[in-house]
Design a protein. Structure first.
Length: 185
């Protein structure tokens, strides 16, 4: 079997596994829908590929997903290089998202945190800061959820051990949330 065929088979198996996450996905979609319809905002964070997935997720609300509609506030906390490097320099990289949650997050907002390992210190601290500030929280995690498991109100854990498969699962779940939410916007 070729590398490509193996990758396709692994992706299919990984996506089949996330069917078991439907009830949690619906809870996540309800949190996002309530947040936006009540005039609050989304904050989204992740590292590396998860930062890119978070950027896309935020963009789906501020711009559009499928249809033209009103813009909704969604902030990608990975976007500003000068802010990330200033916080990293002055407070440590692990504070890069927590400082922004403190600055931008208000009670009623939702933090969507993405970590393929579940062990990213900056994502973990962002979730802790969000809970302290009264934000609702959603975590997309991989493997077994890592150290972050149990910190978010809603958790979507793609149980693969392969980063690429976890990211593919996260992207699918994020788009599924968008589909559910946009129907109500």
């Amino acid at each position: 079997m070729s590398t490509f065929e193996n990758a396709v088979n692994d992706a299919i198996a990984s996506l089949a596994q996330i069917r078991s996450l439907e009830s949690e996905l619906l809870r996540a979609a309800a949190l996002v829908r309530e947040c936006l319809l009540s005039g609050h905002k989304l904050l989204v964070c992740g590292n590396g590929g998860s930062a890119a997935d978070g950027a896309d997720f935020a963009t789906e609300y501020t711009c559009r997903f499928i249809r033209d509609r009103k813009a909704y506030p969604a902030i990608n906390l990975s976007a500003c290089g000068s802010l990330l490097t200033a916080v990293g320099n002055d407070y440590g990289y692990e504070q890069s998202f927590a400082r922004q949650v403190e600055a931008f997050g208000k009670q009623g907002d939702v933090l969507v945190a993405i970590s393929t390992s579940g062990n990213s210190p900056n994502v973990l601290l962002a979730l802790e800061r969000a809970r302290e500030a009264g934000l609702r929280t959603i975590a997309l995690l991989g493997k077994t959820g890592g150290k972050t498991k149990g910190l978010a109100e809603v958790e979507l854990i793609v149980s693969s051990q392969v980063t690429a498969r976890i990211q593919e699962g996260h992207k699918f779940l994020l788009h599924s949330i968008c589909e559910h939410v946009e129907a109500a916007l």
